[in-house]
Design a protein around this ligand. Structure first.
Ligand SMILES: Nc1ncnc2c1ncn2[C@@H]1O[C@H](COP(=O)(O)OP(=O)(O)O)[C@@H](O)[C@H]1O
Ligand SMILES: [Mg+2]
Length: 343
């Protein structure tokens, strides 16, 4: 019970089956998010990220499971957590016939804030997201990055303790994504906010999140700090090419296999060889050189590569997240379509 009181979010055995099509989008998922943490769900399209978020914030009713926000059982007491949570959805929720200020004003009204409060706070959040000067412009004239910033700013109008961001940089160019990351970091640093975000961008999870859950097919496959996940899947990879004939190289590789902290040695394509280190690869490189010298082997090139979150992802899901990237453009397109439909 103490865990529930001490954590910003606690999710226990969450399941969600959509009754319309019988799809089990979330399968018995449990995790918790600490206060002041940036926590992320990383997974491809259809993994169950949006469904999880929507269930936690009360947009969808779970089929099974328990959810606590700020120590409150949200299924029993939905009204008690209304002001605790802020949410920015995957699709833009802005009305592009209105100005930024009008959009944020409506959001304030949705939370029953007084006009005075809305005026004060919208200035605060619009300034925080660098949009104050553009508040009187129609959303039509906003770029994708500005719209996303406004979406997040709107979610803050009632000063929530816990912020939910579903794919906050979906379809944005890399520079804009970096700028959004800085705003998200600022929210945590300056306001101590707890942030739960979802993403299918590895760099985003790696750069922003204190802890990451890798989710696929409605299940959490791994959950830890990005650094721990990377170190768990094995050591550093050293790739090498040599200036000697094959037999000599093969004999050398056999010798390498007996060196301490060498996990495995493999032949790759085009005369490239790889060595997986038990742990720290940079300490192995001098040993490789000394064995090579003894064996009369000339090393033409040598490279050290540390495991990335992509390697982690591949290990757990059997596919690279790049394979899911094709749908990114599709998703961005979908956002535009959604906005047009609302007109
Ligand atoms: N409203 C819905 N009705 C029926 N099935 C849905 C609905 N929304 C999502 N799904 C299905 O649930 C699964 C998880 O989807 P979603 O949570 O949107 O994944 P993600 O956000 O990770 O892309 C998918 O198989 C998707 O087709
Ligand atoms: Mg989604």
């Amino acid at each position: 019970m103490s865990e529930i009181a001490n954590e910003a979010i606690v999710v226990e055995n969450l399941r969600k089956v959509y009754s319309s099509n019988g799809v089990e989008a979330v399968k018995n998922v449990s995790f918790s998010v600490h206060y002041g943490e940036i926590f992320g769900f990383l997974g491809p399209n259809g993994a169950g990220k949006s469904t999880t978020i929507k269930t936690i914030i009360g947009l969808l009713r779970p089929t099974d499971g328990k959810i606590y926000l700020d120590g409150v059982d949200v299924l029993k007491h939905p009204n008690r957590v209304r002001m605790v949570k802020g949410y920015s959805s995957q699709e833009s929720s802005l009305d592009d016939r209105l100005t930024a200020y009008e959009n944020i004003f409506l959001q304030g009204k949705f939370f029953h804030l007084s006009n005075e409060k809305i005026e004060k706070r919208s200035k605060e959040v619009l300034e925080m997201f660098g949009l104050w000067e553009r508040r009187k412009d129609l959303i039509e004239s906003y770029s994708g990055g500005m719209m996303k910033r406004l979406d997040i700013a709107e979610a803050l109008i009632h000063r929530p303790k816990i912020l939910f961001l579903d794919e906050p940089t979906l379809g944005l160019d890399i520079q804009t994504r970096h700028s959004i990351w800085n705003y998200i970091k600022k929210l945590r640093e300056e306001h101590g906010m707890t942030i739960f975000l979802t993403t299918h961008y590895l760099e985003e999870a790696d750069e922003l999140c204190d802890r990451v859950g890798i989710i696929d097919n409605g299940k959490i496959l791994a959950l830890d700090k990005p650094g721990v996940l990377k170190s768990q899947i094995g050591g550093d990879l050293i790739t090498m090419t040599f200036g000697n004939e094959k037999e000599k190289v093969n004999a050398f590789l056999e010798k390498l296999k007996t060196v301490k902290d060498v996990k495995s040695v493999n032949a790759l394509d085009n005369n490239v060889y790889s060595l997986v280190a038990e742990k720290n690869g940079d300490q192995l490189i001098p040993k490789v050189f000394s064995v090579a010298e003894k064996e009369g082997i000339s090393i033409e090139s040598i490279r050290l590569k540390r495991p990335t979150l992509d390697d982690v992802y591949l290990t757990y899901t059997g596919k690279t997240i790049r394979e899911a990237e094709g749908s990114r453009e599709e998703a961005a397109q979908q956002r535009v379509t959604m906005r047009r439909i609302r007109r």
